[in-house]
Design a protein around this ligand. Structure first.
Ligand code: ATR
Length: 482
């Protein structure tokens, strides 16, 4: 027993930027907060820089665990992967039954499932919590997506809800589902974020193609941010486009290398969509576009070899064109949400999670990177009815119907002018694909039956059939071989 024993309500492990900002957030909400970092110097630096937080600092993991009230609540904010396992292993020998470990890192959900199973068997609680909002969100209120044993949420949930962002007085944090559900939903949040950013980039390219300067485009985005497109990413797009490079006097966007980085969550989202057989091509296009941007040798070879229009769009009525791009951006954004939310629904069925899709959209309304006015409507639509897809929600389908003329014009103009818009055009194809009475898959089935006897079903009777392609081409009933 020391005078610190059992005094802290929450402990944070990992004093890099996210961990220390979350610790400061807990402290600012009145929670006595214990802090720990593998390298003690970092802990000392954070404690010295933030005396107002009244942190309880420990040099050893034993001391740190001992400083927490029971059942202990420990939030791990270390580098995702082996560091998380190493941190968990260092904590486990000092815990008591019922203690709660929360992993707030950007962990791939299968890792969370594995860890949750192991830790539950040892008698402890493990929560995988997706956290979005970047450094500022961590400090002032992020969106939080905790998943794990539901009964442990009673001990940790209220504290997380206190430090999360608030939207109209409601916390942007709710229990998402069992084991890896929270990290799964956070992963898809990031996939949607990739798509949102790709669409914004495409809209900017179109405005640029029509002759707008970066500053003029910034004004357009700022204007869009006052309406239906109101969102954090649109807001900061105006700021980034307005930024002038001090060294050259040019718009910053013109001097930044056009190769986008990524840390993996977009790729995981697409991998999951493939595993689950969920069409999420608009999100995939966003991930591929980043990959293409960084494929220096591919781009150099193609630039040298390929001819086509130069991306200039001649417009007679600039305002009308800008309005069309705005509608196209809104429609594409809705498609990405529809694809991401469909992936959540199918993932929940596959992994046995009790996920409320309306709640996911609700907690994304503030704090996180994809926060947007549209999410309020989306969450209301999901709450109002058990939607198979967002696109069937009455207000959404009506607006898509009203806007798809603009969307088509934009895609056609871009194709004619040679402006790459993989996101906009993929999203439009998805819209047309899923609303089609018949798709070209009937021909695909015919081809598969021809070369591989893979059989087909008929629209007019039950059963499975095969045409004797190498024989007299009559049809026979067959075993279903898919
Ligand atoms: P940064 O965000 O500063 O780049 P990082 O390498 O991503 O740092 O690590 C973030 C946190 O994970 C740090 O608290 C780091 O601890 P150290 O300050 O001691 O490096 C922690 N971390 C990284 N690897 C770890 C490990 N194997 N075990 C425990 N903590 C680890």
């Amino acid at each position: 027993m020391s005078d610190k024993t059992g005094t802290a309500q929450i402990g944070v492990v990992g004093m890099a930027v996210m961990g220390s900002n979350l610790a400061r957030n807990f402290a600012s909400k009145g929670f006595k907060t214990a802090v720990f970092n593998r390298t003690y110097a970092k802990t000392e630096a954070v404690v010295a820089a933030h005396p107002e937080a009244g942190f309880i600092a420990s040099e050893t993991v034993e001391e740190f665990v001992d400083s927490l009230e029971k059942p202990r609540r420990i939030l791990i904010m270390v580098k995702a992967g082996p560091a998380t396992d190493a941190t968990i292993d260092s904590l486990l020998p000092h815990l008591d039954q019922g203690d709660i470990i929360v992993d707030g890192g950007n962990t791939h959900f299968p890792d969370t499932r594995r860890r949750e199973k192991r830790i539950a068997e040892l008698g402890f609680n493990f929560i995988g919590c997706g956290i979005s909002g970047g450094e500022t969100g961590a400090l002032l209120g992020p969106a939080m997506m905790p998943g794990g044993p539901k009964d442990s949420y009673a001990h940790i949930g209220p504290i997380l809800e206190k430090i999360s962002a608030q939207y109209d007085g409601e916390p942007c944090c709710t229990w998402i589902g069992q084991d890896g559900a929270g990290h799964f939903v956070k992963m898809i949040h990031n996939g949607i974020e990739y798509a949102d950013m790709q669409f914004i980039g495409e809209a900017y390219d179109l405005l640029k193609g029509a002759g707008l300067s970066a500053t003029e485009a910034a004004d357009v985005f700022a204007q869009w941010n006052t309406g239906d497109l109101d969102s954090y990413l649109i807001e900061i797009t105006a700021e980034v486009l307005r930024q002038v490079d001090a060294a050259t006097g040019k718009p910053l966007v013109d001097v930044v290398v056009d190769a986008a980085g990524m840390k993996g969550t977009g790729t995981w989202t697409v991998q999951s969509s493939l595993d689950l057989g969920v069409p999420a091509a608009a999100i995939a296009e966003a991930v591929f576009a980043r990959a293409a941007s960084g494929s220096t040798s591919l781009r150099a070879a193609a630039r040298a070899a390929l001819q086509g229009p130069d991306g200039v769009i001649s417009v007679d009525d600039r305002e009308a064109f800008i309005a069309d791009v705005r509608q196209a951006l809104w429609c594409a954004k809705v498609i990405a949400y529809a694809q991401g939310l469909h992936l959540i629904k199918v993932g929940a069925e596959e992994y046995g999670w009790d996920i409320d899709v309306a709640a996911c959209a609700r907690i994304w309304r503030a704090g996180c990177i994809i926060r947007a006015k549209l999410l309020d409507r989306i969450s209301n639509e999901y709450a109002a009815g058990n939607l198979e897809t967002l696109l069937e929600a009455p207000s959404i389908s009506a607006e898509l119907a009203a806007s798809n003329g603009s969307w088509r014009r934009v895609v056609a103009r871009a194709a004619e002018a040679g402006v790459p818009i993989p996101g906009f055009s993929s999203a439009l194809s998805y819209y047309d694909l899923v609303r089609a009475d018949r798709t070209n898959a009937a021909l695909t089935q015919g081809l598969r039956d021809f070369f591989g006897s893979h059989t087909y079903r008929r629209i007019d009777k039950e059963g499975t059939f095969h045409t004797l392609w190498s024989g007299d081409r009559s049809e026979v009933e067959a075993e279903d071989t898919h």
